[in-house]
Design a protein around this ligand. Structure first.
Ligand code: FAD
Ligand code: FES
Length: 347
């Protein structure tokens, strides 16, 4: 038995194909040349999330961080875990152009050399990489991420690009802002990594990326979740004439010494027409004069209620969940939320 499946996208494109009964949505789409964005393939990362607008399906497995119970009730699905049971239509909140990135197997892999290792805060490092001269340029959208292989292991870890694409020179530079967990595999590697070491990476991945800046934008960063916003702000500062709405970044950290890249954030204030940022420190030293507590306690509710807005959230899942619930509790239906949760890896 064959079912008619339609996939529609945020750019208005709709793609059609036929799928067998019980086919995995991701596989059926791929057989018809539609490469839905995926990463873990195990129902854990949430990269492949879409919305079933009509039809019957079964979900094999969904980690709560990838698909919350509430999202499941609203008929959101993970394409890598969705088995088609009838004619159906699915909606994806990203442009259809993201569906052809992986059509050449292996085309996402790159080799790079470490060209910089710099402490960015008490517990995070800015890792600068330069792609080898024979590697093709890595095109990515600001907000997307790459999987970095940890040398000497079989492990990979996901990191958001922390500078915009193509910003400097002939050899492509990439930067990642990485929190060094004391017992983390990547954390341990970074303690012994040296400039000149070689790293393999794969990407870009993800559907968290900067949309058309046609409304006020709120960037909500938790810890090294700042990285994705640094890439977005890099891109926006290259085209300031296209940014006619305010951009406000709220940057939450545990301690004052966890704040990163403050000079860069201050510089965006002069490089962009209407940008400002607010650090929010949950456990500050006693002499801290700035905002304390949690980010949602500092969001401008009256302004948010006033007009449509885009809100981007990136960082630890509890922070993203707290702000998302806050928006729902205050019925901020005029806002569109995009999020990237820094979930722990599968292995
Ligand atoms: C799409 C995506 C993008 C990401 N982008 C970034 C980024 O730009 N910068 C960044 O620093 N991280 C980012 N992360 C998180 C990153 O991939 C790793 O999970 C993190 O760096 C830990 O890796 P590790 O090898 O050091 O620790 P692991 O060896 O994986 O973990 C060691 C221990 O720490 C726990 N642990 C894992 N993650 C956390 C955490 N966040 N907080 C507390 N405990 C934890 C584990 O459960 C384990 O017990 C991203 C994650 C995703 C899914
Ligand atoms: S690719 Fe489907 S949840 Fe990760």
């Amino acid at each position: 038995m064959k079912h008619n499946v339609a996939l529609s996208f945020a750019d208005g494109n709709t793609l059609f194909f036929k799928a067998g009964h019980n086919d995995l949505l991701m596989d059926a789409a791929l057989r018809h040349g539609v490469t839905l964005p995926i990463d873990c393939r195990e129902g854990v990362c949430g990269t492949c999330k879409g919305l079933c607008e009509s039809g019957q399906y079964e979900i094999e497995y969904a980690d709560e961080e990838a698909l919350t119970g509430q999202e499941a009730e609203q008929r959101y699905v993970l394409s890598c875990q969705t088995r088609i049971q009838s004619d159906s239509t699915f909606y994806y909140d990203f442009a259809s152009s993201l569906c052809n990135q992986t059509d050449q197997p292996g085309s996402l892999k790159r080799t790079a050399t470490i060209t910089g290792l710099q402490d960015a805060s008490a517990d995070s490092t800015l890792l600068a990489l330069t792609l080898a001269a024979d590697q093709t340029t890595l095109n990515f959208l600001p907000g997307q991420y790459a999987n970095l292989h940890i040398p000497g292991t079989e492990l990979t870890r996901a990191y958001s690009f922390a500078i915009g694409p193509q910003v400097s020179g002939e050899l492509q530079q990439l930067t990642f802002l990485i929190r060094k967990l004391p017992n983390g595999q990547m954390g341990k590697y970074l303690h012994q990594a040296r400039v000149g070491d070689t790293l393999e990476l794969e990407g870009p991945f993800g559907t968290f990326y900067l949309r058309e800046p046609d409304k006020p934008m709120y960037f909500i960063a938790g810890g090294t979740g700042l990285s994705a916003f640094l890439a977005m702000l890099d891109v926006l500062k290259e085209q300031p004439e296209s940014v006619s709405y305010p951009i406000r970044l709220y940057y939450g950290v545990n301690r004052l010494e966890d704040l990163c890249e403050q000079h860069r954030l201050d510089a965006y204030r002069t490089q962009l027409p209407d940008f400002d940022w607010t650090p929010v420190v949950s456990n500050p030293a006693s002499n801290w004069q700035g905002s304390t507590g949690y980010i949602q306690e500092h969001l401008p509710l009256a302004t948010l209620r006033d007009a449509p807005f885009d809100m981007y959230l990136c960082g630890p899942p509890p922070m993203i969940d707290a702000v998302t619930h806050w928006c729902a509790d205050h019925h901020l239906d005029n806002g569109k939320l995009y999020s990237e949760k820094f979930t722990a890896p599968v292995s």
